[in-house]
Design a protein around this ligand. Structure first.
Ligand SMILES: Cc1cc2nc3c(=O)[nH]c(=O)nc-3n(C[C@H](O)[C@H](O)[C@H](O)COP(=O)(O)O)c2cc1C
Ligand code: SF4
Ligand code: SF4
Length: 288
């Protein structure tokens, strides 16, 4: 059980209109009304993080229509307000048109822009709201080129010993070699992406195998919203699984978990339109 001093839950009685939304929305059911009808946090829950206390979801601060609630010393005025209107259309366009990018321009995305995109990931939902995610980034293409070279050299050395990336067979490997010049010239592993992002979680805590995958899906869309190309990759993870010394360069401690690597950068050939999918194969209404 994680303990902190106090969550500083405060409801301003002058702003509270006693609508009950905060009490009804509290993920941990630890809010109640005092005799004046103003919400309070149960004393026994204050300072306890998790199932026995507060989820730290901030739903109380977020749901209050008048902005009466502060928790964790956050001022509700500093929260972003939902925007009416165009959001659904814009999100649909991003989701429909995002595509895996395997051709990148030979230039870097500015560090400030990468940081701006990464900051959005603090909003990714995580199991039990544990927020254990960490983000290891290659900001500089020159560094990426060093990693690219090392992984490639080691993969070819291992292949000579009959060890292939992940669970690849000899013929899978030969197929990759055949494809590489046309598909990812010189870099079948990181597809020449100028940057990579490795999202990792604390092994054994909450939904540790799912949370990084969800964050990866978000980052992929965030890249699309910035006009960048991106690609979610498991192949380099498979390759690195056989080369522990090279893998150490990613600086993922033993107690942390990752299963994907994201590549991103300016696309060489931006997609001009979406693809035309055949529709979701199975939507089944459940009735009971
Ligand atoms: C992989 C995963 C599993 C989750 N499982 C549950 C669940 O079984 N029940 C539930 O009420 N919430 C579940 N959640 C929701 C999280 O608790 C919630 O996203 C988190 O507290 C953050 O709140 P937010 O989504 O409002 O930011 C899950 C979230 C994730 C990402
Ligand atoms: S942060 Fe979430 S769990 Fe904690 S008091 Fe607010 S609504 Fe309840
Ligand atoms: S949501 Fe806000 S206005 Fe409604 S009861 Fe809670 S503090 Fe009062």
């Amino acid at each position: 059980m994680e303990l902190v001093k106090s969550f500083h839950f405060k409801a301003n009685p002058d702003q509270c209109i006693h609508c009950g939304r905060c009490v009804a929305s509290c993920s941990s059911v630890i809010l109640y009304f005092d005799e004046q009808g103003v919400p309070k946090m149960k004393a026994e829950a204050d300072g306890i993080v998790g199932w026995d206390g507060c989820y730290r979801c901030q739903h109380c601060l977020a749901v209050c229509p008048t902005g009466a609630i502060s928790i964790f010393d956050k001022d509700p005025k500093d929260s972003l307000l939902p925007e009416e209107g165009a959001n659904a259309r814009q999100l649909e366009a991003l989701m429909r048109n995002r595509r895996a990018c395997r051709r990148y321009q030979d230039r870097e995305v500015p560090r400030e822009e990468i940081d701006q995109m990464l900051r959005l990931l603090e909003n990714v939902p995580t199991g039990s709201n544990l927020q254990t995610l960490g983000f290891n980034v290659v900001y500089r293409k020159a560094e990426m080129d060093k990693l690219r070279k090392l992984v490639r050299e080691e993969a070819f050395r291992l292949a000579e010993q009959g060890i292939y990336p992940g669970s690849f067979t000899k013929s899978d490997w030969e197929k990759q070699l055949e494809w590489e010049p046309g598909r990812n010239p010189g870099d079948m592993f990181f597809v020449n992406a100028p940057h990579i992002l490795v999202i990792h979680s604390q092994r054994g805590r909450g939904q540790w195998q799912t949370d990084p995958v969800l964050a990866a899906a978000w980052f992929d869309l965030i890249c699309a919203s910035h006009g960048l190309g991106s690609i979610i990759m498991s192949y380099p993870v498979g390759a690195l699984s056989h080369m522990p010394e090279v893998e150490k360069l990613l600086q993922i401690p033993q107690d942390r978990y990752y299963s994907l690597i994201l590549g991103f950068g300016y696309p060489e050939y931006p997609y001009a339109r979406g693809v035309q999918r055949e529709g979701i194969a199975q939507i089944k209404e459940l009735t009971f």
